[in-house]
Design a protein around this ligand. Structure first.
Ligand code: IPD
Ligand code: CA
Ligand code: CA
Length: 270
């Protein structure tokens, strides 16, 4: 069995176990929700409990690997070629409101490049997995990106970062512009699910700013292995730590990139 397959199996076990923890906490965290800093940036006991489960699996199986986990930060020797990027609960705001759109996201970077990803949506029991060269699956069946070729016929998804009240670079203008040009732009509130949905063709493209590596590491390889394209807004190679991502089925990539680079001011929509 290849190393990647072993890593994938352990990450899968961890995601399923952490997802079960999230499901157990669903609807029971009202008294234990706190804000992490910015208004609306919530953390619950469920985020922490889920992360403990994932860390436990990874420490047990790969004690020498480095970790970047949303709630615990950097653990282990960050110079190690293997770095696990973990979001134990992606979609915390949804979770806190019992809006059923949240996931555990576990990505593996090898020498800084996303090579493996597991995203588990425990409410819908959907397990998305991918590894470089091994393809992408949903509940163990192969998945592919959509075949939509025109932006005017596309359905997109995006999100708004927690700093949206502090900056005019908050994605509101982009949202209006692309809502006008497409069949619609959704906002799910879970970046990893957004990427998973690009990978399985439910949406044709996704863009967002203000993200962290744990939000997108798993989803990047999922979209790539499903035949999609992931870059920066301008089509240059993705910079995982830049916070910006453009992920599409590859067919609408250049038109979506072009539109993102020439978004009219918000006042246009007044
Ligand atoms: C958030 C979600 C959301 C995105 C935010 C993320 P969290 O992650 O992925 O979709 O718009 O930028 O921070 O806080 O729920 O783990
Ligand atoms: Ca997240
Ligand atoms: Ca999170």
């Amino acid at each position: 069995m290849s190393n990647l397959q072993i890593f994938l199996d352990v990450a899968t076990e961890a995601a399923l176990a952490a997802g079960a923890v999230l499901q157990d906490y669903l609807g029971k965290v009202e008294d234990a929700i706190t804000e992490k800093g910015r208004p609306g940036d919530l953390v619950t006991v469920a985020d922490k409990a889920s992360e403990t489960v994932v860390l436990d699996y990874l420490h047990r199986h790969f004690p020498e690997h480095a970790i970047l986990a949303e709630e615990s930060g950097k653990l282990g020797n960050q110079q190690n070629e293997y770095l696990w990027a973990i979001d134990p609960l992606d979609g915390t705001t949804n979770f806190a409101h019992q809006y059923p759109c949240f996931a555990v996201s576990i990505g593996l970077l090898i020498n800084g490049v996303p090579q493996l990803g597991v995203i588990y949506d425990p409410f819908h029991k959907e397990l998305f997995r991918a590894a470089a060269g091994l393809g992408a699956t949903l509940n163990r069946r192969s998945i592919q990106v959509s075949k939509t070729t025109e932006l005017s016929k596309s359905l997109l998804v995006t999100g708004f970062a927690y700093d949206r009240r502090e900056t005019t670079d908050n994605n509101y203008a982009e949202f209006c512009h692309l809502t006008h040009l497409t069949q619609g732009v959704r906002r799910s509130g879970s970046a990893s699910i957004d990427l998973a949905h690009v990978a399985c063709g439910r949406v044709d493209g996704y863009w967002e700013r203000g993200l962290s590596p744990w939000d997108i590491s798993a989803g990047v390889i999922l979209v790539q292995e499903a035949g999609g394209k992931v870059t920066a807004y301008d089509g240059s190679p993705l910079e995982l730590y830049s916070g910006r991502i453009l992920a599409t089925n590859g067919l609408i990539y250049s038109s979506l990139s072009q539109e993102l680079l020439q978004v009219p001011a918000l006042s246009t929509w007044g």
